[in-house]
Design a protein around this ligand. Sequence first.
Ligand SMILES: *[C@@H]1O[C@H](CO)[C@@H](O)[C@H](O)[C@H]1NC(C)=O
Ligand SMILES: *[C@@H]1O[C@H](CO)[C@@H](O)[C@H](O)[C@H]1NC(C)=O
Ligand SMILES: *[C@@H]1O[C@H](CO)[C@@H](O)[C@H](O)[C@H]1NC(C)=O
Ligand SMILES: *[C@@H]1O[C@H](CO)[C@@H](O)[C@H](O)[C@H]1NC(C)=O
Ligand SMILES: *[C@@H]1O[C@H](CO)[C@@H](O)[C@H](O)[C@H]1NC(C)=O
Ligand SMILES: *[C@@H]1O[C@H](CO)[C@@H](O)[C@H](O)[C@H]1NC(C)=O
Ligand SMILES: *[C@@H]1O[C@H](CO)[C@@H](O)[C@H](O)[C@H]1NC(C)=O
Ligand SMILES: *[C@@H]1O[C@H](CO)[C@@H](O)[C@H](O)[C@H]1NC(C)=O
Ligand SMILES: *[C@@H]1O[C@H](CO)[C@@H](O)[C@H](O)[C@H]1NC(C)=O
Ligand SMILES: *[C@@H]1O[C@H](CO)[C@@H](O)[C@H](O)[C@H]1NC(C)=O
Ligand SMILES: *[C@@H]1O[C@H](CO)[C@@H](O)[C@H](O)[C@H]1NC(C)=O
Length: 760
Amino acid sequence: MDLRTLLPCVLALLVNLYGLHGQTSPNISLGSSITAGSNTSWRSPSGDYAFGFYPISGGLYLAGIWFDKIPAKTLVWTANRDSPAEARSTVQLTAAGRLLLNYFNSTVQPIDSGVLASFGLMQDNGNFVLKDANSADIWQSFDSPTDTILRGQGLATGRKLYSNSKGTIDYSTGNFMLEMQSFDGKLVLSAYRFADPGYWLIDTRGSLVFNLSGFMYIVNSSNDTVYSLTRNIPTPVEDYYHRATINDHGNFQQFVHHKNGSNWTLVWSAFDDPCTANSICGVYGMCSSPDNETQTCNCLPGHTPLDPDNVFKGCRPKTVMNYCAENSRDNFTVELIEDADFVSDTLGDLSHVDNVDMEECKKAIIDDCNSLAASWANSTCRKKRTPLVNAKKSVSTKGIKALIKVPIKVPINPDIPKPTNKKKFNSRAFLEIGSIITAILAFLFGVAAIYYNPAAQRFIKRKYSLTGNTIGINFREFTFQELQEATNGFNKALGRGSSGQVYKGILLLNNTHIEIAVKQLESDIEKSREEFMTELKIIGRTHHKNLVRLLGFCIENDQHLLVYEFMSNGTLSDFLFNKIESPGWVQRVDMALGMARGLLYLHDECHTQIIHCDIKPENVLLDRNYTAKISDFGLSKLLNKDQTRTDTNLRGTAGYIAPEWLRNVPVTTKVDVYSFGVMLLEIICGRRHIEMNRVEEESEEDDLFLPVWVVSCVISGNLETVVSHDPEVLSDFERFERMAMVGLWCINPDPIPRPSMNKL
Ligand SMILES: *[C@@H]1O[C@H](CO)[C@@H](O)[C@H](O)[C@H]1NC(C)=O
Ligand SMILES: *[C@@H]1O[C@H](CO)[C@@H](O)[C@H](O)[C@H]1NC(C)=O
Ligand SMILES: *[C@@H]1O[C@H](CO)[C@@H](O)[C@H](O)[C@H]1NC(C)=O
Ligand SMILES: *[C@@H]1O[C@H](CO)[C@@H](O)[C@H](O)[C@H]1NC(C)=O
Ligand SMILES: *[C@@H]1O[C@H](CO)[C@@H](O)[C@H](O)[C@H]1NC(C)=O
Ligand SMILES: *[C@@H]1O[C@H](CO)[C@@H](O)[C@H](O)[C@H]1NC(C)=O
Ligand SMILES: *[C@@H]1O[C@H](CO)[C@@H](O)[C@H](O)[C@H]1NC(C)=O
Ligand SMILES: *[C@@H]1O[C@H](CO)[C@@H](O)[C@H](O)[C@H]1NC(C)=O
Ligand SMILES: *[C@@H]1O[C@H](CO)[C@@H](O)[C@H](O)[C@H]1NC(C)=O
Ligand SMILES: *[C@@H]1O[C@H](CO)[C@@H](O)[C@H](O)[C@H]1NC(C)=O
Ligand SMILES: *[C@@H]1O[C@H](CO)[C@@H](O)[C@H](O)[C@H]1NC(C)=O
């Protein structure tokens, strides 16, 4: 062929590839910029990748990098996934050497690390780098991946990928995370917003490599391969584009795309069953995948979507039902779902019963009002508590029968779709959620500062030792006669705790009257006097501003009485829930912190560790200054409860009980942390964890178990709705958010990742 006839073709090709709308000089010099909506981009020399503004729906753009030669123009990295830019926004490598995203509304977002660059480079491997005058890298897009890694990139220890919210429709940060954990070196996929410990993991210390031949594997610190992910890829490797992406259903997958082809082909997948990811259909949702291929979300029977436009957000009960109320049996039925299961105990399995048939399993949950559902297979009945988060019906749940309680009553508010909070994509909220971990850490450091700051410690110590003796008496034994007189013949009952009746009394001591509360222990005490005294002395030795002081005791004629300082402002429960006027935010925050300090003391700072086992608002009392003080600590041991084994005679109250209570595992201080978490949410939200006597109308969210509601608000990015009625809290929203996250952290169903009080 004549060269002259070829020339126009070559020219046409060149124009097409690099032409008018793409800068292809390898160096991007200072002062260069690209503009959203103008077809300008920075191409890699081969033209395989482009850095520019990627159009998404709504006329908005993401500043990012994509495969530029294939029809799909697949996006692999973006600098602003949670705040898309309008047309005419620019990315600029400034004359000074900064890489900045200038939104059209004048907001400026730095993309680089702040170190001044000499030039930039869109490389042929898909990495955008900024270099200094010596051509050394000072920033690269490979170091801050979004949902995709490319050949040569990998995932170093501590790095994370976050799924996007919805395929090629919504690129904002989604629910799933792939993390190469730095503390124990595991590669983990998790529904991180649910405090999920992970639904898929590879337990080898190392980092993930995606090598130039297109293989992914994990290497240990001496660069030896310890685990291979990719098994097979088509060759020759250079004929294909490669990428590995965490998708919006929480799967991590590797794809190849023939350079002349028209689609991405899957070459490796973390798992097959698309219903594997935890919480994929949200709270009370169910994932169905009959064939390993497709996946749909539906609500469990008796439930309706939180947001009819987005089934992934989960569901809520159509009717609220207190299954523990008298005669509730008449008002619900148990429905069966074939070939389905409530997988893993993300928010808590109750006990399981062996050697039962399905009818017996059904009866077991009918009889157990704390249990909402069960799964039955192979003669084993596994009872589940509310909320249900991992229901699925897929290839892996064949043969399992799922049972769930469903109210019969016609709902009072028939099934009108909820006026959902259609607040348009709120990028600020999203960013905040994206930084949950940061928020928790920030809170940790804040509180830790109190505990680990020596000056603060001294201050706290001084305070304790000052207050230690203000009451003027030392722990001692009283005679029954003395207490009978002090309480005027036990004629003024203050109320009834879980372990006995409490009476008010007045002691005359050194000419001063001291108000006391006398608790008459009810249960048969099997301990000998010596054993009983040993336990009592442990309690008597505790001195802390946030603990109700035990002043003494009386053991006479089978009577066991405990004498406490009197708390004039009653229980936290009454203060929070039974008042006409709701208590102030600052006061509530102080109380929550006070309780945390009291518990920390019991767990870590006092002579003998004390597990409370019954933390709830009824067991927190308020003194005349409204200082929160924990009461009844040490009683579970005093009253002969065996703390090391499953205790069928539960002391804790449903809703505050940690899931492991009912399993055959040792009870640790983490049970108190769980109860504290539920209570913390109650205190900051100003409502009970479960609404028993709900007044009709309006806020349908009140229907939900509080932690579930908080979680679902976090997921949908509108935590504000939880406290929308309270301007005082809204004005201090950041603090509220931090405390809410700590609360959710404390109610992690797995006691191991759940923090201990000294971490708070
Ligand atoms: C890119 O710029 C740097 C620094 O100005 C220079 O050293 C290098 O030679 C340039 N490379 C090309 C390919 O122009
Ligand atoms: C960008 O380029 C495409 C195709 O090359 C063209 O259809 C479109 O009109 C261009 N847009 C602008 C704003 O120039
Ligand atoms: C400008 O737009 C961005 C992206 O939508 C947004 O994050 C930012 O808050 C806006 N700034 C102002 C001042 O409106
Ligand atoms: C990539 O990894 C595969 C599998 O471990 C190996 O066969 C290949 O040689 C590696 N290629 C490079 C360029 O390191
Ligand atoms: C492991 O390999 C990487 C990349 O090839 C290299 O930078 C590093 O020095 C190696 N480390 C060891 C311990 O060999
Ligand atoms: C890395 O793995 C290799 C092969 O399993 C092993 O021999 C080596 O000791 C490991 N290195 C480290 C630092 O664990
Ligand atoms: C793609 O097609 C062109 C023209 O048919 C051919 O020259 C080129 O080698 C092909 N590329 C690959 C990677 O097969
Ligand atoms: C995808 O591409 C491969 C190879 O290029 C081809 O074999 C396959 O038929 C394509 N699939 C679809 C659905 O287009
Ligand atoms: C679905 O995936 C599971 C697990 O990998 C596998 O055992 C099963 O054969 C697959 N079933 C179908 C229908 O593809
Ligand atoms: C059961 O339903 C009846 C009739 O709707 C109602 O009056 C009663 O309060 C319900 N009982 C419980 C425990 O929900
Ligand atoms: C029931 O037991 C059989 C045999 O032990 C086992 O193959 C099957 O997977 C079990 N089914 C379930 C749902 O656990």
